[in-house]
Design a protein around this ligand. Structure first.
Ligand SMILES: Cc1cc2nc3c(=O)[nH]c(=O)nc-3n(C[C@H](O)[C@H](O)[C@H](O)COP(=O)(O)OP(=O)(O)OC[C@H]3O[C@@H](n4cnc5c(N)ncnc54)[C@H](O)[C@@H]3O)c2cc1C
Ligand code: SF4
Length: 513
């Protein structure tokens, strides 16, 4: 009989073989093996990501043991070593596990299987909403992989937010994607409910102490941990989001605020990525909330939220399986700069960057637009080597795992693959950041200026980026207007901007931006 193996980001008894083992409908050899990979404490990660991973795993194991389940936590520096230790102890005739999110983990398992002559049964990972077969069918015959078409297909297959119209199944409201309605700026005085913050339990505190004792160089602070480490806390976070914040999620999805750092976002990514809650239950709870309160919750909120999870999250997971090897080296824009030190210290006169990096140190989290249009955008405009940007995102966030970081960073944010999954680089100058947030008001720089001492570095570097890549983007239908607008400027003006851009570069490198 096979032993059941549970990986550290599969902490669920709601779905998959662990559920069937616990409800008696499937049999596995005792004990159930949960893999705690200790090497994570010595990787370049946010201290809260490491604590969360260990505390959630140990809490999960203890909870199952409390219910009488035969659980053994196997600790080892790597997955390969954990499997070898399990083999040494139990000589399993075979193992069963859910398909790992990281293909690299599957490779390690297969290598161990071959070396130890132990058969491995890999079953569908039900922590995802969609299956590998669905992706293969979507991919078949397509020249380009785009989230929008994936989203329409998988949403239609589930009948979510769909209605019958003239005998056909159509998206409610007649539009698949209400992204254009997700761009409201937060007006001063808007009521933003505070989300519930998870308490630091004795278990979490003991893990913090253990991690700090072993690794003193991890990024970020450990005293400000607010993230769920148990299923109960994750469900409380989900309920609070649906009750208090879902209604405003859509309109303010892209807004930024100094006062309200979480705005109306769900803050569910760390719990989802560990398996503490499933994307199916998150979407179903949100859809039920919408059904019960549709007069009060705009369609743009529920559609936007479902698109993030069923659309983007699932799309990125499958795209990673597809391209993870290429993304390890892709650098189509020939970007070779070093990441400026301000990404670690937050020490800069740029108010937006400083606030965001300091928030990251404290919480390990900022929301999507801050990741894409501030942090990622500046690195792209600056021309930082994309794998270095990838490594930094993996280090600085509490919800970071390679399957989700790399597609979002190397492909989406840095456009290093020249469009495997997106059609243009996500870039902006200070005007966009000023329109969507309130950082510029108190900044040393001025978002409307592109030359001079107080010119916003985003605005200057935006035009320098267009100049640097004008030949490439002149033919891109979504970039050609900017290229034409740059070329139409008088040569003297362009020169002045490029001189200022060189100044921005040297100041960033000298730590004086
Ligand atoms: C450069 C960059 C780096 C990112 N790094 C990470 C990361 O390390 N870990 C991570 O989980 N997400 C990452 N994302 C995606 C997204 O920004 C976060 O999932 C989101 O900000 C998490 O906060 P939330 O739970 O409040 O999300 P909400 O805004 O409430 O969205 C709901 C859920 O949708 C999912 N989601 C939304 N957008 C994406 C996306 N582009 N890719 C995958 N899932 C998505 C998440 O699970 C999220 O919890 C990154 C995006 C960018 C542009
Ligand atoms: S002026 Fe520029 S650097 Fe300053 S906050 Fe605005 S966008 Fe950021």
């Amino acid at each position: 009989m096979n032993h059941l193996v549970v990986l550290g980001d599969q902490l669920t008894d709601q779905v998959g073989p662990l559920r069937t083992r616990l409800d008696g409908s499937a049999k596995f050899a005792d004990p159930i093996l949960i893999m705690e990979i200790t090497g994570v404490r010595h990787e370049a990660r946010h201290v809260q990501a490491v604590v969360l991973q260990i505390a959630a795993l140990r809490g999960f194991a203890a909870e199952l043991q409390g219910r009488g389940a035969p659980i053994e936590v196997i600790q080892a520096p790597t997955l390969g070593e954990a499997l070898a230790a399990a083999h040494e102890r139990y000589r399993p005739t075979g193992i069963t596990l859910m398909d790992p999110a990281q293909p690299q983990d599957l490779e390690a398992i297969q290598a161990w299987s071959a070396a130890s002559s132990t058969p491995v049964e890999v079953v569908e990972n039900q922590l995802w909403l969609t299956t590998v077969a669905e992706w293969e069918a979507f991919k078949s015959g397509r020249k380009e992989l785009r989230m929008e078409y994936w989203y329409r297909r998988v949403r239609s297959a589930r009948g979510w937010l769909m209605e019958e119209s003239a005998g056909k199944s159509e998206p409610i409201g007649g539009t698949w994607n209400l992204d254009k309605e997700n761009r409201k700026r937060l007006a001063p005085g808007t009521d933003v409910p505070t989300p519930p913050y998870a308490a630091v339990t004795p278990l979490v505190q003991s893990v913090i102490d253990e991690v700090l004792k072993e690794s003193s160089t991890l990024f970020g602070e450990s005293t400000t941990l607010i993230w769920p480490t148990t299923r109960r806390e994750a469900l409380a976070a989900l309920n609070a989001f649906c009750d208090d914040r879902l209604a405003n999620f859509g309109p303010y999805e892209d807004a930024m605020s100094k006062e309200h750092e979480h705005l109306f976002h769900s803050l569910l990514s760390p719990a989802l990525n560990l398996g503490l809650i499933t994307p199916a239950e998150v979407c179903e709870r949100a859809l039920q909330t919408y059904a019960a309160r549709s007069s009060e919750i705009p369609l743009s909120s529920i559609e936007g939220f479902i698109r993030q999870i069923l659309g983007w999250r699932e799309f990125m997971r499958h795209a990673y399986r597809e391209y993870w090897r290429e993304w390890q080296t892709d650098n189509g824009l020939n970007a070779h700069e070093e990441l400026p030190e301000l990404y670690w210290s937050g020490e800069t006169k740029m108010a937006c960057m400083s606030r965001i990096v300091k928030t990251l140190q404290r919480t390990g989290h900022v929301h999507h637009i801050e990741r894409l249009m501030v942090l990622g955008n500046f690195a792209l405009l600056f021309g930082v080597q994309p794998q270095q940007v990838d490594a930094w995102f993996l280090e600085a966030f509490v919800d970071a795992l390679p399957w989700v970081v790399t597609p979002n960073v190397v492909a989406m944010s840095q456009f290093a693959d020249l469009g495997r999954i997106t059609s243009k680089p996500y870039i902006c100058g200070g005007a966009y950041i000023s329109r969507m947030g309130d950082d510029c008001k108190s900044c040393f720089y001025n978002p409307t200026e592109s030359v001079g001492e107080t010119a916003c570095p985003f605005t200057t570097m935006y035009w320098e980026f267009i100049d640097r890549h004008s030949a490439r983007f002149a033919k891109n239908p979504r970039m050609a207007t900017q290229v034409r607008s740059w070329s139409a400027r008088p040569a003297g003006v362009r020169k002045e901007i490029l001189v200022r851009a060189a100044d921005v570069r040297s100041r960033a490198k000298a730590g004086d931006l």
